[in-house]
Design a protein around this ligand. Sequence first.
Ligand code: ADP
Length: 622
Amino acid sequence: MEKEEKLKLGGHAAIFYRAVKMLFRMDRMFALCTVFNAFFASVIQYVPIYFSAKLIDAIWMGAPKDEIILYIGLTVGLTFLLNLLLTLCRVVENVKTMNLYREQEWMYSRKEMGMEYSNIERRDITLLLERIRMESQTGYNLFYLYTSVRMLVQHITSIVAAVSLTVSFFALGAVSAYGKAVLVAGLLVTVLCGIYATAKEEAINQAFWKQCVFLNVLGEKYSDCVGDYAMGMDIRLYGMDEKIAGDNRKTDMEFYSDYVKKDKKCLLLSLPSVLFSHLLRFGVYMVLIAAALSGAVSVGSIAKYVACIMLLLEAVSGLVSTLQKVFANNYYLRRFFSYIDIPNNMYQGSLTVEKRLDNEYYVEFVDVSFRYPGAGSYALRHVNLRFRVGEKLAVVGMNGSGKTTFIKLLCRLYDPTEGEILLNGVDIRKYDYDEYMSIFSVVFQDFSLFSFTLGQNVAAAKEYDEERAVTALRRAGFGERLDAMPEGTETYLYKDYSAQGVEVSGGEAQKIAIARALYKDAPFIVLDEPTAALDPVSEYEVYSKFNELSGEHTAIYISHRLASCRFCDNIVVFDAGQIVQHGSHEVLLAQEGGKYHELWNAQAQYYVRADSKQDKGIAVGS
Ligand code: ADP
């Protein structure tokens, strides 16, 4: 486990201040209710103590009836009023807590969705988020601040009240200085025991939660497997239930046994302070009874002093322990802020993408190399390529040769590790990110459809233009299936949000994804093997049909099957992260000893069917 840097006092103050400000901004009313709630909760304990002592003394001294009734009235009336205020504050607090948890979830969601794509897969960031979420569930983090503010107000109010009610005790001449000194020493020892126990408990808790992050990640992955119906088939067919359930149980048991060990340690640590506080209570009784027997203390005051001294002890211990927890929570908050503060470098550019009537855009890769975050080797090496907008480009090569990575860089899902990509001579990092992204329509092999309506899936937005969506779907070849849907574009995909939702086949899903690209009508359209599940003949047909549909748009076709892209005049061949050849099908095929020639022959040799397709030179199979 790596050591965390210790926070200095200034660091603690800065984090605390930032968190309080953040929470205050989230809900002022809740913050005020928390403070008042704590204040009333503290004061309410002292009202009956104070007036009961007065009442007992009044009865004992034979005071007039009016005085006795006044004390009773004040006790009941004030307690009632405070209880009323307390209930009101609690109701507001409860209602608002719900809202605040939602706000917090939103904050995480916004951060996650707006985060740079390259950061999403970084293991250190995934584990950091997991740890923050887990710690939030244990009551720490942003919301612990409300608890700690409440506790601080409650304990400080309690200390003020208890001290003002017990000052007279320390002025009593009937109690010896020795007796008072022993009581003060007892108070101090009990508080010190509490400080030690809390510090230790905090260290144990922090170490425990840190160690559990990975177990929690594992647990969630197992739950994903169990809950995902798409995995259900493989689990059943291959009898994986025993393995998954067994692993899940093992992780659970590990967590449980560590949790029990941690709790046992914490329990043992709290024993000395419990013991000392009871000894102190015993001591206070003895001193007061001795003073009462000598007639120096009234009967009513005995109960008042015992209760107040014990409440003072509780408040002082509570205050110290709350402060310790505030300090400990600052470490949790520091992690939380370090996540919130992860910069989004993608959004640093501000240039608008030039709108040119002559459509004379060009894109250029200048000596681009790229290594995935955390990867040891380069996925792309010294890529140099220039193409004009409006051109059609085919990117071919074996699986793993770097084709998708090339597209991901072009679309700024990642930035190059070395070199630069230019749009009309300007580094694409300098453009406004959202504006730059808006010029691309990409259909990746692992595209996602959502459990929204068909129209929303095509538009990738809540609101959509129905006519445009229908046209895009028909152009993508989804027309017949659309006509069979009674709800048309309002039909829900899958059953997550609607019982009438429909399941679509792999091929239909591809058509919807292609319709999405057509609907966006962006200047660049990229098909990154969304057709990989189709046979090569169908892929060729989809690609060449798409080529007709794409009109004046720049279209980039990616495939590991060379035949699918042979209609393209502009083919680049990737091999081991590098562009090894560039040219038309005929030119590349003529280069014997070249990668294209080698791959073409390898694929043709195994897959060319001796039928009419052969004279098209199309490989079939995969
Ligand atoms: P292709 O599209 O040609 O099949 P890719 O661009 O997907 O190839 O992959 C190129 C190389 O980068 C491969 O070695 C692959 O293992 C690696 N790679 C791809 N995605 C990642 C990733 N997210 N993290 C680390 N390495 C990756």
